[in-house]
Design a protein around this ligand. Structure first.
Ligand code: ADP
Length: 291
């Protein structure tokens, strides 16, 4: 069982922004969702985990090795799929994978070839192996990104906002692929989409302004809110009135009518009905508490 311990991590950029403000997290095998709005500090945390930047203070242990002091230890065991994979050179998918594999220290040519073949198969790009990567669609690039992240059998995989820019079908295929990669390693999925976390992750943390607001199992969060969530259809014009009176978690607009989800210990009045919380309700109620 792999384990990742993040302790009191702190990172302030030169422009004065504190992107990571005393973050501590415990992560073990399986898919871990790091959920937070844009600017919450997710990418900063991912880059620090990947050893691409060092924290000002705090430390990270991966399988009990301090990787803030030993970044090379993590680089050998890490697969990183950054938000912007960056340059797509005029080189075929197979050649680029070969090149990255060499950089990752896969020195045996035969093993390298086998692994690349298996990975291309896994991400469904075998037919496109001799096409240049810059001609790939968004979904194909993301799948290629996963293949390169998997080179060298990493024990820790970090994916930063993987479904941004993908259409629903590509997103679904990509998520299934992540799901398949297995439960035997740690996969950290950083995203602002509740949907991705709901479908994929067994553990999650919600972060905002560089701070962890909550960490646990998605279902436990849902259970904790269960019995405290009330729904009512109202006229759009009445929203501000309700906002003053109630703790509104979520507003949904459909066909001129608005539906509000209100958090309260007891049923506010007979016009409200009890509803089962979704992970989206959980997410917004936790963000609201922090306001
Ligand atoms: P997220 O990935 O959740 O959108 P980021 O980690 O990208 O959040 O950003 C967190 C905060 O740090 C934001 O306010 C962002 O503007 C700032 N930031 C990110 N990278 C840098 C950088 N290299 N230099 C200065 N500020 C940065």
């Amino acid at each position: 069982m792999n384990n990742l311990k993040i302790r009191n991590l702190q990172k302030k950029y030169k422009n004065g922004v504190t992107a990571i403000n005393d973050i501590s997290l415990d992560i073990t095998n399986g898919m871990f969702g790091l959920l937070g709005p844009n600017g919450a500090g997710k990418s900063s945390l991912m880059k620090t985990l990947a050893g691409l930047q060092s924290p000002d203070s705090g430390f990270i242990l991966f399988n009990d090795v301090n990787i803030t002091e030993n970044p090379s230890f993590i680089k050998k065991q890490l697969g990183f799929l950054p938000q912007d994979f960056g340059v797509y050179p005029k080189i075929t998918a197979a050649d680029l994978l070969n090149h990255i594999a060499i950089l990752k220290g896969l020195t045996n040519k035969k093993e390298r070839k086998e692994q690349i073949g298996t990975l291309l198969e896994k991400v469904n790009l075998t037919l496109h192996r001799n096409k240049e990567v810059h001609t790939f669609s968004g979904g194909m690039r993301q799948r290629f990104g996963i293949a390169q992240a998997l080179l060298g059998n990493p024990q820790l995989i970090i994916v930063d906002e993987p479904t941004a820019g993908l259409d629903p079908e590509e997103r679904n295929r990509f998520n299934n692929l992540l799901n398949e990669i297995g439960e035997d390693i740690i996969i950290i999925l950083s995203t602002h989409l509740v949907e991705d976390v709901k479908n994929l992750c067994t553990q999650m943390a919600i972060i905002e302004k560089g701070t962890v607001l909550a960490q646990g199992k998605p279902n436990d969060f849902i259970d904790a809110l269960n019995g405290k969530l009330w729904q009512k259809a109202i006229d759009k014009k009445e929203i501000s009135k309700y906002e003053q009176e109630y703790d509104i978690v979520l507003k949904q607009l459909n066909m001129g009518k608005s539906t509000i989800h209100v958090k309260a210990e007891n049923k506010p009045d007979e016009s409200f009905e009890s509803i089962h919380p979704s992970l989206e309700d959980v997410y917004f109620s936790i963000l609201n508490q922090n306001k």
